[in-house]
Design a binder for this molecule. Structure first.
Ligand code: SAH
Length: 348
């Protein structure tokens, strides 16, 4: 199909062409889109999928995002915080299983002093010099990001959620601004972090036009990592009645991202695995090349619910790696135990 070939070659389309891809593809055209995205992923990464060990180290959050299950005002959440020893234990388990990237994710928990956090990062860095450390802990000032970088963190995930100011404001309470997020992303890049951004597909009030704006923002930002998953409701949030996002649109957007950003590290997200039992596989078949199994202690995982029915809650990391391997083999892929840094030339 011409439009899809054009996207693969030019890595850019006009707005109405993106709209066609997002809303009008026939089943055959979708199959072709995924095939092309897969081909580009395979050109760059072979039949390999990188793994990242996710450590959800705190569910305290000062923010009140309307969509998120661990938002500040959700009083039903039992809050927890891992200390340095707990985090190191997760890393050790992960390292033994072969993980070479640790992703430290949390709510925006200011109780970890910058020094304390830097100390955790530095300790992981010293103990595991061959591993990448990824942070995903929200908006901080540039100086703080710098300290974390100098302590040894390499990557940072911060989804922009929506580049449209009005739409962003409808997802977040007053006081949170898309401009702040964009500034954070710029700071992170300047400092030298491999930087990830992205959105939820089908978040409340999101329009196709919003998605196109997000595609164009990501084109300009050219992040090393791109996180895309469907929005899923959580019963204890103001958005509890809102419909979940579409798996189809999520897969289409993943494939578009792969064609536009051939070298990017794109996870097949837990949200995708949650919306459909085959979601994780389908994400990879649409061009994703990363999965992020959970290394958090089992007892904590239930308390880190960004949305309801989160997948893979009960599997020990080892078990989940095993079943991941088996599933990947079924679709012709295997796990890569490499660190999986961003390798590409930046688009000019
Ligand atoms: N507090 C950090 C990291 C945790 S949230 C931060 O804000 O960056 C990580 C991602 O989960 C968010 O960026 C958001 O896109 C996604 N998320 C949160 N709630 C969700 C929901 N209800 N459905 C799907 N994804 C959600």
């Amino acid at each position: 199909m011409k439009l899809i070939d054009k996207l693969r070659n030019k890595r850019h389309l006009e707005d109405y062409e993106y709209e066609y891809l997002l809303t009008k593809l026939s089943d055959n055209e979708k199959a072709y889109l995924f095939e092309q995205a897969r081909a580009v992923a395979q050109e760059n990464f072979g039949n390999k999928v990188f793994i990242r060990g996710l450590i959800e180290f705190s569910n305290y959050c000062k923010n009140n995002c309307y969509y998120c299950g661990i938002r500040r005002d959700n009083e039903k959440v039992e809050r927890y915080r891992l200390n340095k020893e707990d985090v190191l234990e997760c890393c050790q388990t992960g390292y033994q299983l072969g993980f070479r990237t640790f992703v430290l994710q949390s709510g925006e928990d200011d109780s970890y002093r910058v020094n304390e956090m830097s100390d955790i990062i530095r300790t992981i860095r010293d103990k595991y010099p061959d591993c990448a450390i990824t942070l995903s802990m929200g908006e901080k000032d540039k100086h703080t990001y710098e300290q974390y970088f100098h302590a040894g963190a390499n990557r940072y995930l911060l989804r922009h959620e929506s580049i449209n100011e009005k739409h962003y404001a409808s997802l977040h309470p007053e006081g949170m601004h898309i401009q702040t997020r964009v500034q954070c992303l710029k700071d992170l890049k300047e400092i030298g972090f491999q930087t990830g951004s992205g959105i939820m597909v089908g978040s409340p009030k999101q329009t196709t036009q919003n998605l196109i704006e997000d595609i164009k923002f990501l084109e300009e930002l050219s992040p090393e990592m791109i996180g895309i998953g469907p929005y899923l409701p959580h019963e204890d949030t103001p958005f509890k009645e809102e419909a979940k996002g579409s798996m189809d649109t999520t897969l289409i957007l993943l494939a578009i991202m792969r064609l536009m950003h051939p070298q990017a590290l794109i996870p097949s997200t837990t949200a995708l695995a949650t919306i459909d039992p085959t979601g994780r596989d389908q994400g990879i078949l649409a061009g994703a090349n990363v999965v992020m199994p959970n290394l958090s202690p089992l007892t904590m995982r239930k308390k880190y619910q960004l949305y309801n029915d989160k997948a893979c809650m009960d599997d020990e990391a080892a078990e989940s790696l095993d079943s991941l391997n088996k599933r990947l083999e079924k679709i012709g892929y295997t796990i890569s135990y490499d660190r999986g840094d961003f390798k590409g030339e930046k688009d000019v």
